[in-house]
Design a binder for this molecule. Sequence first.
Ligand code: CUA
Length: 363
Amino acid sequence: MRRRSFVHLALLAAVIAAAATAVAVAIPWLPVSASKEREGIDLTYWLATGIGIMIFAIVAAAILYSVWRFRVHPDDDRDGPPIHGHTGLEIVWTAIPTALVTAIAIVSAIVLHDNGDFGKNPLRVKVTAEQFTWVFTYENGPAKGIVSPDLYLPVDKVAKLEIETRDVLHSFWVPEFGQKQDAVPGRVNPLKITPTRVTGLKNPYPVICTELCGLGHALMRRNAYVLTSADFKAWAQHAKGPAGATGATGATGATGATGASNGKAIFTANNCQSCHTLTAAGATAKVGPDLDKLPAEAQKAGQPLEQFVHTSIVDPNAYIEPTCPSGACPKGVMPPNFGQVIKPADLDTLVQFLVQSSKGGGK
Ligand code: CUA
C-alpha cells in the first residue's frame, strides 16, 4: 500500500517536472548569448532553474496527491489527527536545501571570479553615463583616444569597461552580454565583456540604462557593435579621421558607409531626442528646451540664432533657457562634452539642421 503511494507520488512529480521543463526550455526566455561572461551566467541560471523545477515538482505532487488521497467526506467535522512532527523528515528537508543552496553559491562564486578576471591586456574603454546618454572613451588599442556615442568592440577580445557617471546613478546593461553594472557617483565600476558574436554595423545590441535616473531614463539607449578585429581597426581608423583627430560620430548612420552625413542623423546618433522636442527629427521628449522654439529662445538670450545654437551645444551652461515643455529647464543637465563627442564638421551640420528646422516653426 505504502509502496504504491510512493509510485503514484513519483509518477505525478515526473509529469509535473516534465511540464515545467517544457515551459522552461520551449519558450526562449533569454536574449541570444553574445559573450563568454554570459555563458557562465546562463550556467548558474539553468542550474538554479533546474533545482527550482525539481523542488516545485516534489511539492506540487505532494499537495495534489494529498488533496486527492486524503480528502475527507464533506460532512466529516472531526478534528484532524494530532501530529508531533517527524525528526528524520525535518533533517532531510533541511539538509537537501542546504546542499542545493551551497552548490548554487559555489558555482556563482566561480563564475563571478572568472567574470572579474580581466587578464593581462584588456581593451580599456571608459564608459561615462550622464542624463541621458552614454559616452565611450577608448583608452588603449587601435581606437585609443576616440570618444564615441556608441560602443564598438572587437570580437573575442577581453574588454574592460570602466563605468562612471557625470551626475546621478545609472546602470549599464547589454542583455546579450549578460551582466549589469551600476554607474555610481565618485566610483569607477569595472565590467568585463568578451564578445563572441559579430553583429556588424547593421544589427547592434542595445545599451540600456537600467537604473531610474530621471525623465529621460527610458530613452537613455545607445548601440553596442561587435566587429571583427579587422573591421574594428578600420572603424578606429575612420573615426580618428585622416588627421588623427579625436571625436567620432560612429557608424550609426551619421557618417555611415555612404559618407553622407546629415543633421537629422547626427541629432539621432547623439541621442538628442532623449531630452528634446524637435518636430523635424520626430523628437517629442520634454526634459530640455523645445528646439522647435529656438528662434524665440535665441531672441530671449539676445544672441544671433546660429551662434546661440552652437554655444548651447558646446557650452550648455553658459546660458540656461528658462522655460522647458515640462516647466522650468533643469540646470547642468545637458552634457557639457558634446564639443568633444561630435566631430567639428558634424557639429556644423547639426547646428545648420537645428537652425533650418526651427526656422520652419516646427513643421
Ligand atoms: Cu540613466 Cu536611467
